[in-house]
Design a binder for this molecule. Structure first.
Ligand SMILES: NC(=O)c1ccc[n+]([C@@H]2O[C@H](COP(=O)([O-])OP(=O)(O)OC[C@H]3O[C@@H](n4cnc5c(N)ncnc54)[C@H](O)[C@@H]3O)[C@@H](O)[C@H]2O)c1
Length: 381
């Protein structure tokens, strides 16, 4: 793996991609081809077929939905971790402790999707038996879109929730250093006729990738995104990026950023502290300082059978959704949306176009990976 390590040093994993307008016809990659490419990459670093498929399914789903920061964009980082064995691609999670409704799982440093799918499937099994399944995992790795696991429960007619802790990037309100990650949370609930509510969000004001985009554009940061080294809100994208201290959802104390801080802490308590994984500043830096140690992330997976409560949940969810979407918009050209609507449109757009439009720098990263790993390069529609 010598040359892979060299590539890691040059590109440092975190290949942020951002979308630019181009006059040339877009190069599209079919969803199946994107998945094939990622599976081949994982297999090239000795990940077993089933685990490679699980991880590729997760990443391609993020690209399909328009969450490019959590799709192929992360592939190189996972490959780097696998190549130096800071993630164990073959690890199979094991249950440490179990009751009819709960399980404590050790992910044994396996791939995030492998640990996540295992835990959510266990939570689903328990919810189908006793109404609720609550599974906490330690020893996990970056698990991508939190919503992926909620969807898994929704596919079984259940309400799904998932949360994970991540590397420190968020400054607690009144602090000038990061002590929590972007700690995402998700909640998914089905309504009738295939409609749904699917909230899937980081608990920082924005993802770090959005700061990088402003920096590359030479544009200022809006208030409430990032701090400077003294802990003040900064509009300087260069400074915000180099400081690496994102503000919680809500921004400063004046605009109730302490609520986002509280939500991020809640996620870490339920995932990191409760599972016995690393939490807060114990979690390694991943993106900028490298990842030569195991992440030992904590995650939580909850499945609930809504039929344990009032009947006709999905009918009332449909009514609930229509009341929110039916609220009079401030701008008639921008209808009120529900969590999950943008991603649904993202998928429809990709399907209509016949493929995913990756950015040039992402495609270059893929070409580089194909060469280093000696696999078939990505092909285009
Ligand atoms: N694993 C990790 O370490 C990690 C960390 C952070 C984020 N993530 C993932 O990154 C992805 C992006 O997160 P994000 O916070 O940037 O998402 P986002 O800000 O794009 O969207 C957050 C939520 O708001 C909803 N939404 C967006 N616009 C809306 C509107 N106008 N009206 C109503 N709802 C609206 C979306 O449907 C989504 O549910 C998620 O999948 C998240 O799980 C993962």
């Amino acid at each position: 793996m010598g040359c892979l390590r060299a590539s890691r040093v040059f590109s440092m994993g975190f290949s942020i991609t951002y979308r630019t307008m181009s006059a040339a016809a877009p190069k599209l990659v079919a969803v199946a081809e994107s998945r094939r490419f990622m599976i081949d990459c994982f297999k090239a670093v000795k990940v077993p077929q089933a685990h490679a498929e699980a991880q590729a399914d997760l990443l391609v789903a993020a690209d399909h939905r328009g969450h490019f920061s959590h799709g192929m964009n992360r592939l190189e980082m996972y490959i780097n971790d696998l190549a130096i064995n800071s993630t164990d691609g073959a690890a199979v999670p094991k249950i440490l402790k179990e009751t009819p409704a709960t399980a404590w799982v050790d992910g044994l440093n396996g791939l995030g999707a492998v640990v996540g799918n295992y835990c959510m499937d266990l939570a689903i099994k328990k919810a189908k038996t006793v109404g609720v399944g609550w599974v906490c995992a330690k020893g996990s790795n970056h698990y991508g879109m939190a919503g992926w696991y909620a969807i898994r429960a929704m596919d079984q007619g259940l309400v799904g929730m998932s949360m994970t802790n991540t590397s420190p990037l968020m400054a607690p309100t009144r602090a000038k250093e990061a002590a929590l990650g972007t700690n995402p949370l998700s909640l998914g609930a089905n309504a009738t006729n295939g409609d749904k509510f699917l909230l899937d969000m980081a608990t920082t004001a924005v993802a770090v990738g959005k700061i990088e985009i402003q920096r590359r554009k030479g544009a200022p940061l809006p208030d409430g995104w990032a701090q400077d080294p003294s802990g003040e809100v900064t509009n300087d994208a260069e400074l915000g990026f180099s400081t690496g201290c994102l503000m919680p959802l809500g921004g400063s104390e004046l605009t109730s950023g302490y609520k986002g801080y509280g939500l991020g802490a809640m996620v870490d308590i339920l995932s990191g502290v409760m599972s016995g994984a690393n939490y807060s500043t114990q979690v390694r830096k991943w993106t900028h300082a490298g990842a030569d140690s195991a992440a030992d992330l904590g995650q939580v997976f909850i499945a609930v059978d809504p039929n344990c409560f009032a009947p006709n949940f999905e009918e009332r969810m449909a009514d609930f959704n229509s009341r929110l979407r039916g609220a009079t918009p401030t701008d008639p050209s921008k209808p009120v949306l529900l969590a999950g609507d943008k991603e649904k449109k993202g998928m429809a757009d990709v399907d209509a176009a016949g493929g995913i439009q990756y950015l040039e720098n992402q495609l270059k990263t893929c070409a580089n990976l194909a060469e280093i790993l000696k696999i078939k390069p990505l092909s285009f529609v």
